[in-house]
Design a protein around this ligand. Structure first.
Ligand code: URA
Length: 245
């Protein structure tokens, strides 16, 4: 959360008074003077002291959900249960939304937050955030497939994908299992990539996104708040570069 918003939330003073506090070097984060009003702070990571008084503030919400199959990645849906419906009512706030999209039949890691800027940064193609998927397909995978993914798949219709890394775990003519690491997020991207090499995806699960990895204790449908270490690793993706961290 931006430091100026925290000071506003805490009713430290008028906008003008808050600006003056910054100018006079009276705003400290983890014992360092911060003059940047847009500096991002999270209660799990930062102690904020203003004019000698420590603030007790609440930050954004960050949930890691293991999305189950059958649930849609949306905030509202008239027909299906949404990923937001899976968040308990007492923890659900109006601005919560899913970062990125998983198909209804895809399961796995989904970040749900009310920090709009973080979602924007994580999804921005220029950030090239790596997403790892576990994939099961209905045919054999081999070295040629590995090379085609590494060179960059071209979809039927001509759309070009960036190079991706395929790690083949098991392969047989009936069924193969692999990890796929991609750095972009085109619509139905993984399924279309495998279709381009003649295989149908029969199971798809996202295991990680950037620094976040799905943890084993989260059964499908379960979620938890991100811990301090995960939040710290997400920091580089926050709106304003926190220069003195
Ligand atoms: N690629 C897909 O095809 N589907 C998903 O749900 C995610 C990535």
């Amino acid at each position: 959360m931006r430091l100026d918003k925290v000071l506003e939330q805490q009713q430290v003073g008028s906008r003008k008074a808050v600006r003056r506090l910054f100018q006079r070097g009276l705003v400290c984060v983890n014992n360092q003077i911060v003059r940047e009003e847009g500096f991002n702070v999270e209660p799990a990571l930062h102690t904020v002291v203003v004019a000698g008084k420590q603030l007790d503030f609440t930050g954004h919400a960050y949930f890691m959900l293991n999305k189950p199959q059958g649930v849609v990645t949306a905030v509202k849906d008239s027909e299906h249960t949404t990923v937001i419906d899976l968040i308990r009512a007492e923890e659900r706030t109006p601005k919560l939304y899913p970062v990125g999209r998983l198909d209804r039949d895809t399961e796995g890691l989904l970040l749900i937050t009310d920090n709009g800027q973080l979602g924007y940064e994580l999804m921005h193609p220029e950030k090239k955030v790596v997403k790892r998927y576990e994939v099961v397909v209905n045919g054999a995978l081999d070295e040629l497939d590995y090379q085609r993914f590494a060179e960059g798949i071209t979809f039927i219709g001509g759309e070009q994908c960036q190079p991706a890394e395929l790690t083949i775990l098991t392969s047989s003519p009936e069924e193969s299992r692999a990890y796929l690491d991609i750095k972009e997020g085109k619509f139905h991207q993984v399924k279309k990539m495998f279709l381009s090499v003649g295989k149908k995806v029969v199971f798809l699960k996202r295991l990680s996104m950037g620094p976040l990895s799905l943890t084993t204790e989260l059964a499908p449908g379960m979620y938890r708040r991100l811990n301090a270490s995960e939040l710290k690793q997400l920091m580089p993706y926050f709106e304003t570069k926190n220069r003195n961290e």
